[in-house]
Design a protein around this ligand. Structure first.
Ligand code: 13P
Ligand code: ZN
Length: 285
């Protein structure tokens, strides 16, 4: 891969597709989490995707995340992309692109098929005009992510997926094979054969959402069967928050924010490294 520190997910994911591995996409909520992600990836010599959801952007705005992610990327010897996760509207996509995000997702998965195609086409037209790749979703990821909650049939139909990609010209496709956002009450049973079928007929990188709580074996099997991007959010939030709690509980005299933030940052960095290990993306740079 040619070296340029801040890239689009198109460059990252096409390389992953050609060489049969996956790249991890981690959700960040603050400066420390962005650093943990980039530093962890740098130690693993892996390309990495930082992503933020609409509620995270509401908390701190796209411009802050762009500045932090871009700076972290500039200081590291790897390639980094900044992606809008579960983009909920055309307006939010525009905002992220304007701020400098190098990748966007439009999530029309809750809409009927034709409407999902329509909103995705509109986003693709805008994003491609400035060379920004687009991820879209067909089928559903269960559970709750941000303000979106899904129920009902969650599985992606392979023929619909072919039609969806053809009509929208998207760069990557998030599919429903039985994963869900948040923590699983019981281990999920994924439809891995469906993943293999979709992989056979769809010619863009495939994205797995809801990877928190999946076993290492299942993650590796999903990569083997053709997943090229794996999303982790809940596990990072949990690790960060538990670390802060643990540190503060250990000594009630702590008042220096840096003490518990540094500890939490390190814990997230170790988590990031362990997930990269499973994805097959380590040592690619
Ligand atoms: P979880 O970490 O909640 O499993 O989901 C990650 C994700 O899909 C973010 O878009
Ligand atoms: Zn998701």
């Amino acid at each position: 891969m040619p070296y340029a520190y801040y890239v689009t997910t198109k460059e990252i994911l096409e390389n992953a597709r050609e060489n049969n591995y996956a790249v991890c996409a981690f959700n960040a909520e603050n400066l420390e989490m962005v650093q943990a992600i980039v530093w962890g990836a740098e130690e693993m010599r892996a390309p990495v995707i930082i992503q933020t959801t609409p509620s995270t952007i509401k908390y701190a705005d796209c411009e802050y995340f762009y500045a932090i992610a871009h700076t972290a990327a500039e200081k590291a010897q790897i390639i980094v992309a900044l992606h809008l996760d579960h983009g909920s509207s055309f307006a939010l996509v525009c905002k992220a692109v304007r701020a400098g995000y190098s990748s966007v997702m439009i999530d029309g998965s809750q809409k009927p098929f034709e409407e999902n195609i329509k909103i995705t086409q509109k986003v693709v037209e805008l994003a491609h005009s400035v060379n920004i790749p687009v991820e879209a979703e067909l089928g559903k990821v269960g559970g709750k992510e941000d303000d979106m909650e899904s129920d009902g049939d969650v599985y992606t139909n392979p023929e619909d997926a072919v039609e969806f990609v053809k009509q929208t010209d998207i760069n990557s496709l998030a599919i429903g094979i039985g994963t869900a956002h948040g923590l699983y009450k019981v281990p999920p049973k994924l439809d891995l054969d469906r993943l293999s079928q979709i992989k056979k007929v769809v010619d863009v990188p495939l994205v797995l959402h809801g990877a928190t709580g999946l076993s290492d074996e299942v993650i590796k099997e999903c990569v083997k069967r053709g997943i090229n991007k794996i999303n982790f959010a809940t596990e990072l939030r949990l690790t960060y928050t538990n670390a802060v709690r643990e540190k503060l509980n250990s000594d009630e005299k702590i008042i220096d924010v840096k003490v518990y933030s540094d500890y939490a940052r390190n814990c997230v960095k170790e988590l990031v490294k362990s997930k990269i290990m499973l994805s097959g993306s380590s040592g690619r740079i």
